[in-house]
Design a protein around this ligand. Sequence first.
Ligand code: F0G
Length: 421
Amino acid sequence: MLVELKVNEGWSLECFVCGRAFEEDVTSFLCPSCGGLLQLIKTSHLDVDALFPRNEGRLTLWRYRRALPFDEGVEPVTLGEGGTGLVRSVHIGKGLGMNELFIKYEGQNPTGSFKDRGMTVAVTRARQSGAKVLICASTGNTSASLAAYSARAGLRSAVVVPHGKVASGKLAQAVAHGSEVLIVKGDFDFALSMTMEFAASDRSFYLMNSLNPYRIEGQKTVAFEIFEQLGNLVPDYIVLPVGNAGNISAIWKGFKELKAWGIADRTPKMIGVQAAGASPIAEAYAKGSNVISRWEKPSTIATAIRIGNPVSWMKALAAIRESRGMAMAVTDEEILVAKKMLASKEGLLVEAASAAPIAALNHLAPQLEAGALVVCIATGHGLKDQTDFQPSLLDAPIYQDKEQVLAALKRISAFDIEITR
Ligand code: F0G
């Protein structure tokens, strides 16, 4: 049965725009007064020991549960998300004169993207609400993640995805986890607007896109993790791909909380990177405008961020402004080069969207102060998205016997191979 969920004690649910406060979750996750996005605010501070408990033996993001909007007793719907590697660059940074470049490899999450951080929290909340069907629009990763966490929770899910623009690996995940996959003629923005409408008008549909503020609470934990992994340090810059703009808002919220609670003494600059063919936020930033203009025909090989009307644009512009960061755009060609570099020089296979921050470094590096500590967020795993990958193996010779393979190996060993450390 569907219940009106009271906002947890010690938390307030507020409109990001007009500040109106709500005692209960709002089904549409939009302010009924002004249409603004909502945000959850923790009303009391946490100290460092409460946020980073020792010896709990849990490496998932639920170790930060005191910073999440639940009572202690709530049983999370979890697949072991969070605890992803923060990998120091061995090659790309050097090439750019950056000694302190790190990559946060979010592809290591259970379904292969950062979406799992938001989904574990939002599905835990949805289960409390007694929701019947969890729904989202998606460019792929959100649908894969929602499908997995719904399966885990024993709840039904349906995902609305744009025809022809979702990587097959992501669709395969949604189907495998038992989600209803609804493919629509139109792009992500069209899919999202109808999904938001359905959730607002019928409470049996529970909205799981990132305007759901519980998603944001889960995703903010990457900030806590980076801080811990750097030995209680805040990076100078966080560089990440921006699509619907939930994640940049979430990570900024996490770092702001660390500072507000007196755990960190500063915040990083947030650098949002979009694909040139789908960059309304970078456009607004370049114009110095505090509103975006919707792009009617977004186009990029990085299908995960092929979005023309990002729902959280206002939060994203605020994050960039408040952090004194910036938004920028990179071309598909630059993205593909960066993706190849990450795979062949760093050992990290990421999807195209996730390579955008690395592509941006070519433009950023000359502007950075010496020794700047930079963390790029590699948002999703490359295995599920090979749409842009031209497998050279298709043209490779087929060896007929052991001798031929050995001859090939000998040819290879005849080359001097330079190994970078
Ligand atoms: N990187 C990847 C791999 C993504 O899948 C997405 C978003 C983003 C970056 C951008 O994050 O939307 O919070 O700014 N994917 C969504 C989806 C839209 O449906 O999977 P954002």
